[in-house]
Design a protein around this ligand. Structure first.
Ligand SMILES: NC(=O)c1ccc[n+]([C@@H]2O[C@H](COP(=O)([O-])OP(=O)(O)OC[C@H]3O[C@@H](n4cnc5c(N)ncnc54)[C@H](OP(=O)(O)O)[C@@H]3O)[C@@H](O)[C@H]2O)c1
Ligand SMILES: [Zn+2]
Ligand SMILES: [Zn+2]
Length: 352
C-alpha cells in the first residue's frame, strides 16, 4: 500500500477537505495512473451528500470522481495494453466478476457483482473504493481505456461518464439520421447528448429550463431549443419524437415529455434524481410509448465512444478548476450554473 493525496467528504453535510488515502501497489495486471484531470459528475454530488441512501448508501469518508484521465506511471508484469508514459482513462467501473454472461458480452455495467470506482467494497483493501479526486489510482488493465491522442485532456475526462452514459442509450435505441431526438436538461450529460445526437445525424431538440443556455445549445449542435416551462412551445412538438433522453438531476414533470413522443417512441432516463418521479399511465398507454433507463456503458462500448470522439473531434465543454474550488463547484451545479462540466486540474492537489 502507498499513500495518495485526495479530497474527501466526512458526512452528507461536510465540505470537501484535503486528506490522504491508501492505494494498493499495482498487482501484475494493474495499471497505476497519475490523474491529470477528473470531471465533476452530478452523481458525485448525489453520492457525497448521501442522496441515494436507499440504493447506494454512502460510506464516509467518501472520495468521489469517475471521469478520470491521466498518465500511466507503472504497470504490472502481465499488463499488455499499457506501458509507463501512456495516457489512460478510467470511468465508473474498476472491476466486475468478469465471468457472467453480461461481462462475457462486454456489458459490465449490468454485472451483478461490479466494483464501481468509488463508494463500493474494495476487494484489495477491504475498505471502499476511492475515486478520482485524488493524485493517483490503481486499476486492472481490463478497466482502463485508451485515450485518442488528438483530444484535449481536460475535455476528455467527462467522456468517461457523461459521454458514455449518453452515447450508449442513443446507440441502443437507434439514434440516427432521420430520427427526431430530444435532450432534456443541458448539463454535463445533456450537452454530451446534444453533441452525440447531432454527430449521429438526428434532428436534435434541446429542452432546457434555462433561457440563457439557448445560444449555447445551438452552438453545441441542436437544431432547435425549447424552453420547457413554456407550454405553448412544448405543445408545438406533441407526438413527434422518436427518442427523448432525460438527463435531469432533480424532480421534474416527466409527463410533459412523454406526451411529446410519437407512437412507439421511447423516453430514457439517465438522470437519477433523489426522489421518485410520478408517471401518468395514460401518457404511456395512448401511443404504446416506452419509459426506460440506462446506466453508463460497458468497457468495449466506452472505448468505441472514445474512438468515435477521437474521429469526430468531440470533447466536453469544460470549466477547468483547481480542486480547492470543488465545494463552490457543487453549489453551482445545484443552480444549473456550469458550462457544461467542471474538470478538476489535479495538478492543484500538489499544493495540499
Ligand atoms: N444513468 C447513469 O449512468 C448516470 C451517469 C451519470 C449521471 N447520472 C445522473 O444524471 C443526472 C444529470 O447529471 P449531470 O452531471 O449531467 O448533472 P448537471 O450537470 O447538474 O445537469 C443537470 C441539468 O438538469 C437540469 N435541471 C436541474 N434541475 C432541474 C429541475 N429542478 N427541473 C428541471 N431541470 C433541471 C438543468 O438543465 P437546464 O438548465 O438545461 O434545465 C441542469 O443543468 C444526475 O442525476 C446524475 O446523477 C446518471
Ligand atoms: Zn457520473
Ligand atoms: Zn459479470
Amino acid at each position: 500500500m502507498y499513500n495518495a493525496k485526495a479530497y474527501s467528504v466526512a458526512s452528507p453535510t461536510s465540505p470537501f477537505d484535503a486528506t490522504t488515502i491508501a492505494r494498493r501497489e499495482p498487482t501484475e495486471t494493474d495499471v497505476q495512473i497519475e490523474i491529470l484531470f477528473c470531471g465533476i459528475c452530478h452523481s458525485d454530488l448525489h453520492q457525497a451528500r448521501n442522496e441515494w441512501k436507499e440504493v447506494m448508501p454512502t460510506v464516509y469518508p467518501c472520495v468521489p470522481g469517475h471521469e478520470i484521465v491521466g498518465r500511466v506511471t507503472k504497470v504490472g508484469s502481465a499488463v499488455t495494453k499499457f506501458k509507463a508514459g501512456d495516457l489512460g482513462a478510467v470511468g465508473c467501473l474498476v472491476d466486475s466478476d468478469r465471468t457472467c454472461p453480461e461481462c462475457q458480452a462486454g456489458l459490465e455495467q449490468f454485472c451483478a457483482s461490479p466494483t464501481l470506482t468509488y463508494n463500493f467494497p474494495d476487494k484489495h483493501t477491504g475498505g471502499v473504493t476511492y475515486g478520482g479526486y485524488s493524485e493517483s489510482i490503481v486499476v486492472d488493465e481490463r478497466f482502463v481505456l485508451r485515450v485518442p491522442a488528438n483530444l484535449d485532456l481536460a475535455g476528455t475526462a467527462p467522456l468517461l461518464c457523461a459521454g458514455i452514459t449518453t452515447y450508449s442509450p442513443m446507440r441502443h435505441w437507434g439514434v440516427t439520421k432521420g430520427k427526431k431526438v430530444g435532450i432534456v436538461g443541458l448539463g454535463g450529460l445533456g450537452h454530451m447528448g446534444v453533441k452525440f445526437a447531432h454527430a449521429l445525424g438526428a434532428q436534435t431538440v434541446v429542452f432546457t429550463t434555462s433561457p440563457g443556455k439557448k445560444e449555447d445549445a445551438l452552438r453545441l449542435g441542436a437544431d432547435e431549443v425549447v424552453i420547457s416551462k413554456n407550454a405553448d412551445e412544448m405543445a408545438k412538438h406533441a407526438g413527434s419524437f422518436d427518442f427523448i433522453l432525460d438527463a435531469v438531476s432533480a424532480d421534474h414533470n416527466i409527463n410533459a415529455f412523454i406526451q411529446l413522443l410519437r407512437r412507439d417512441g421511447t423516453i430514457t432516463l439517465v438522470g437519477a434524481p433523489e426522489k421518485p418521479l410520478a408517471v401518468a399511465a395514460f401518457g404511456l398507454l395512448f401511443g404504446r410509448k416506452s419509459l426506460s433507463g440506462s446506466p453508463i456503458g460497458g468497457i468495449p462500448e466506452t472505448q468505441e465512444m472514445l474512438d468515435f470522439c477521437g474521429k469526430n473531434n468531440i470533447t466536453s465543454d469544460v470549466e477547468v478548476i483547481p480542486i480547492q474550488k470543488v465545494n463552490e463547484a457543487y453549489e453551482r451545479l445545484l443552480k444549473s450554473d456550469v458550462k457544461y462540466r467542471f474538470s478538476i486540474d489535479m495538478a492543484s492537489l500538489k499544493a495540499e
